[in-house]
Write a protein that binds this ligand. Structure first.
Ligand code: MG
Ligand code: MG
Length: 258
């Protein structure tokens, strides 16, 4: 069952999404060679609590941390560890917040120092695909329109679009209906309606789309060991049109002044 949100609820979700955006903006200044994902996790948890939120991932399905930190061939659900980041790595940071009873859920893949041009391109195209998907979040469209827009853009660039993990509805629960896949056919799936709030999150691999889970029970990695990127926004349908509740502005501001 899909829970469509009132304007009031959408504003509450926006607050949670914005706290995630600000957390990612704070972390953007900290992502550099020598820093450990575990340190980033500690900073994020402090920041979220200082701003009146609760880390949304901590304890969710027994996840042990506040961030998912997925480095290089790790796609998503990486557990923050003590391995220092190295020049040329990429790190996807996925962060959730629970505030006033509603979740925000939002992710960005950061370059650690200089990355290779082919990895830079992967980040650019994955991010572009997120916005291609968001354009389709119109009342009257279907889930498949979002999915197809993302898939087409990524596959046109020769990338593998992960199928095992999908975006989702968002609200009082972190993961609500409907599922929002990053692959699919135009004109198929559930019709989109006013008040829908979804997290759209393309997970895109430089090589094969195939993935596997590590023995830690969480971390998803590419089967061929090539890097993977992940960007996520929270989007609502307001007056029939997409409204992005999260923002990369804080990250971009931080990166521009780094
Ligand atoms: Mg997320
Ligand atoms: Mg999500």
């Amino acid at each position: 069952m899909i829970y469509y949100k009132t304007r009031e609820e959408i504003e509450i979700i926006r607050e949670s999404a914005l706290l995630v955006s600000k957390t990612l903006g704070m972390l953007a200044k900290e992502v550099k060679p020598g820093v450990t994902p575990l340190h980033l996790d500690t900073l994020a948890e402090e920041f979220i609590r200082d701003h009146g939120g609760v880390p949304g991932f901590l304890g969710l399905y027994d996840f042990p941390n506040s961030l998912c930190t997925s480095v290089n061939e790790q796609v998503v659900h990486g557990i923050p560890n003590k391995r220092p980041l190295e020049e040329g790595d990429i790190i996807s940071i996925d962060c959730g917040v629970l505030m006033n009873g509603y979740y925000g859920d939002h992710a960005y893949t950061f370059a650690v120092g200089e990355v290779s041009p082919e990895v830079e391109r992967l980040l650019t195209v994955t991010r572009e695909s997120l916005y291609k998907g968001i354009e389709q979040v119109q009342a009257g469209n279907r889930i498949g329109d979002i999915a197809s827009a993302i898939q087409t853009h990524c596959e046109d660039h020769g990338y593998g679009v992960v199928r095992e993990l999908v975006g989702h509805g968002l609200g009082k629960a972190m993961h609500e209906k409907p599922e929002v896949p990053n692959y699919g056919r135009q004109g198929t799936g559930k019709r989109l309606k006013e008040g829908l709030v979804i997290a759209i999150e393309p997970m895109v691999n430089l090589g094969t789309r195939k993935v596997k889970q590590l023995r830690d029970g969480w971390t998803i990695v590419t089967l061929d060991g090539k890097p993977s990127a992940h960007f996520e926004h929270d989007v609502a349908i307001v007056d029939g049109e997409p409204e992005i509740l999260s923002t990369f502005d804080y990250v971009e501001e931080a990166l521009a002044t780094a």
